[in-house]
Design a protein around this ligand. Structure first.
Ligand code: ADP
Length: 750
């Protein structure tokens, strides 16, 4: 029989088979069932990794080459094929050289001779590559399956009819719908109203254009809304046009965004984003506080609708610069508040290339600007004060040990401030050596951190540029930080050299004056003493003269002629006048006697007493003395009595003959003193004598005309002065006189 497995000589068909085996990766084998001989073709040897006919094949080789796990099954198939006379076609593994596993499809059939199975012939087809590829595919698809399943987002695949072909568990978990339910649902059923419409539109767009993205709120089975971002891409799946995509759960992002917005809205500063065209894209709540607009009123509008037009151009330029990549900080401009007021803003901003946005922070600078303005004004004021003052102002920065001298050091002390760089040491060096230690000690005391002192004042001698010393008063304030350390000291030096000189001369003058006063007091006292002694001692001889004169007249009246009597009369009269003068003088010299005590004196009663004393004269002259509600003073009764008595008696004495005297007494409270006036309608006094009449013994009339000694007004003046007052008069000849005088209120007398 001519079979393909003839062993001797390579027949044509054998060569052909060998070619076929090589091309199709197959090998054939033949088992002689009568003697159990096994034959492998070259293809089998090759498949197993051997050289063709590398060894003589036995039946054992045939079974050994079967993979142990497949062996039993393979032999069973062979047995049943033999027993039943059937064919078999199975997949199994062979073990080749070096234990290499080869996947094969094994087919075999029985050959009969005379109805007896004599041979089993079979074919191995090497399907290792196919199995490997298949395996790979399996792994790949498993990987994809797992990936989709474990994706932290929704995966879906839809066909044109809106039917879900695939989805992952994420959709089931997050929507709350079961797999069976989803299989029956359309996409729109997962969304509400507007969102559902938008989703349908986007699905259509994905089919039309190939790709789309959309944000929408997924409505869960329980009715909750969850924000999602969906992507959709078109693809062909098993010949059907579908879309597939991912749904990202934005809940967390949105909540972070909301948190962020809250944080931004908490900010007192405006935090915003501006697009390339200058429109506000985002705006924090501070816009309301700072500019009066709700964020929504500004979003979508250009910044130039809100800026003060004066600042538009500069701000526009800044915007351009920003877009070219430079950052901006501390840029200031002005916006207009909704209420029309101007709001200064300070900006920091940078350009976000990726988002094509400018992110900005704007600070309300109203306070800062106000503060700067205040600072500018106060600096200006400080400068002006420094210039205007006669003091030399200095400012010592303790921390940096820097001393500043203002213009005054030039004008007062002659230092050339363009040339000189003042320092603390230089200042100290210019303090007079005798004063230096005292000044430094005090500074030291003030510099202590725990010191409570802050206002410093010191008087010392300071060397001027010309080497001479000036007396200065240096007043300063020491400024401390929270720890109490002195940071700065500000002061002003005034040149008091002139005052010092003046003080010196004043002291000298005072000393001289004191000396003079002392001498004056001594000589006054001596004078008073003398006047007293003189007048007192003169009384005695005078009494003797008058006594002897009257005795002479009495005894020798009849013996003397008229002339002698006349002379005696003159002598007696002279002596009497002299007595009167002496008594007045005695009186005057006693005026400084301070033995009298203060008492309450009712002036109304005083005047009444005086009227009584002058009763006779008043009646004779038909005089009127007018007064009303005079005060009660705390004063020296007898002095007051004499004061008024002298003035009233003069007013009576120097009255006009042809007119009845009217005397008026008035009092006026002028605060610290009383002012009195005693006026009459008498003969008056020519103005040239107004001062003279107060001088002792000064009289304007002969004694024959009006009696008197010329002491009365001197006494009055002295009393007034002793009571802390002044006396003056207004008078016109032949009209009358008014004497004014003041008396200090007693409680105010030192
Ligand atoms: P005396 O009255 O003793 O002369 P006074 O010192 O009281 O001395 O007065 C001095 C002079 O002032 C008087 O001499 C008189 O000329 C003048 N005089 C004083 N009071 C009046 C008066 N009320 N009216 C006019 N002259 C007066």
């Amino acid at each position: 029989m001519n079979t393909p497995f003839q062993k001797k000589g390579a027949s044509e068909s054998e060569i052909l088979l060998s070619h076929v085996e090589q091309l199709s990766k197959i090998g054939t084998w033949e088992l002689d069932l009568l003697n159990n001989n096994l034959h492998w073709s070259a293809g089998v040897f090759k498949m197993l990794g051997y050289e063709p006919n590398e060894f003589k094949v036995s039946y054992e080789d045939g079974t050994n080459v079967l993979h142990p796990e497949d062996r039993e099954r393979a032999l069973k198939h062979a047995e049943s094929a033999i027993v039943n006379g059937s064919e078999y076609n199975i997949q199994k593994r062979l073990i080749g050289k070096n234990n290499r596993v080869i996947h094969v499809v094994s087919k075999a059939s029985i050959i009969y001779e005379n109805n007896r199975p004599v041979k089993l012939i079979g074919v191995f087809q090497d399907i290792s590559d196919f199995v490997a590829t298949n395996q790979k595919l399996k792994v790949e698809s498993e990987f994809n399956r797992k990936l989709i399943e474990r994706l932290p987002s929704t995966f879906y695949m839809l066909n044109k009819k809106g039917k879900y072909l695939k989805w992952n568990r994420h959709l089931e978990i997050n929507s709350g719908y079961s797999s069976e339910e989803i299989a029956q649902m359309t996409p729109a059923e997962f969304f509400d109203g507007e969102d559902a419409k938008r989703i349908e539109k986007h699905i259509q767009m994905a089919f039309d254009t190939g790709y789309t993205e959309v944000e929408a709120y997924l409505k869960t089975k329980s009715g909750k809304q969850r924000p999602y971002l969906y992507t959709a891409a078109r693809m062909n799946y098993h010949g059907e046009e579908c879309i597939f995509g991912i749904g990202y759960d934005l809940s967390e992002v949105k909540s972070v965004q909301a948190d962020l917005q809250r944080v931004l809205d908490f900010s007192m500063d405006i935090i915003c984003s501006i697009d390339k065209e200058g429109n506000f894209v985002k705006m924090s709540a501070a816009s309301k506080e700072v500019l009066g607009y709700e964020p929504n009123e500004m979003i979508g509008k250009s910044f130039n609708e809100f800026i003060n037009p004066l600042f538009l151009e500069e701000s526009d330029q800044r915007l351009k610069k920003l877009k070219s990549g430079s950052r901006v900080s501390n840029f200031s401009n002005q916006y207009i508040h909704k209420n029309g007021s101007k709001v200064p803003l300070i900006w920091s901003a940078y350009w976000d290339e990726e988002l094509q946005l400018i992110h900005c922070i704007a600070k309300d600078a109203t306070e800062i600007v106000g503060y700067q303005e205040k600072l500018r004004k106060s600096n200006e004021r400080y400068e002006m004060v420094t210039q205007a003052t006669n003091d030399a102002i200095w400012d010592y920065d303790v921390v940096n040990n820097e001393l500043y001298w203002a213009q005054g050091f030039q004008s007062l002390f002659g230092f050339d401030l363009d040339q000189l760089q003042p320092s603390f040491d230089f200042l100290v060096g210019n303090i007079h050596p005798e004063d230096r230690e005292q000044v430094l000690d005090k500074i030291q005391k003030y510099m202590q951190p725990n010191s409570k002192y802050s206002i410093w004042e010191e008087e010392y001698r300071f060397k001027k540029a010309n080497g001479r010393y000036a007396y200065v008063i240096d007043k300063a304030i020491f400024i401390r930080n929270k720890k109490g350390e002195v940071q700065r000291a500000l002061g002003a030096m005034s040149d008091i050299s002139h005052q010092k000189e003046y003080e010196k001369s004043l002291k000298l003058l005072n000393a001289e004056l004191e000396q003079n006063v002392k001498q004056l007091a001594i000589s006054n006292a001596e004078l008073e003493q003398f006047a007293y002694v003189a007048s007192h001692d003169l009384q005695e001889p005078l009494r003797m003269v008058t006594g002897f004169m009257s005795m002479l007249q009495e005894k020798y009246k009849h013996q003397l002629d008229d002339k002698a009597n006349k002379y005696i009369h003159y002598a007696t009269e002279g002596a009497q006048r002299m007595r009167k003068i002496i008594l007045d003088l005695l009186d005057f010299s006693r005026l400084n006697d301070q033995s009298e005590e203060l008492s309450k004196v009712d002036l109304n009663l005083i005047i009444e007493d005086i009227k009584l004393l002058h009763k006779k004269q008043i009646e004779e002259k038909k005089a009127k003395i007018k007064y009303k509600n005079l005060p009660t003073l705390l004063t020296y009764q007898s002095s007051i009595m004499r004061l008024f008595q002298n003035l009233i008696s003069n007013a009576l004495k120097y009255s006009k003959k042809e007119e009845k005297p009217i005397i008026q007494i008035k009092a006026e409270d002028i605060g610290s003193a009383w002012k009195f006036s005693v006026s009459d309608n008498g003969i008056g006094i020519s103005e040239e004598f107004h001062d003279k009449i107060f001088v002792i013994f000064q009289r304007l009339h002969g004694r024959t005309q009006y009696s008197g000694t010329g002491i009365g007004l001197a006494v009055v003046k002295k009393i007034v002065e002793n009571l802390g007052g002044k006396i003056w008069l207004e008078s016109e000849e032949n009209v009358g006189s008014t004497f004014y005088f003041t008396i200090r209120k007693a409680e105010l007398i030192d």
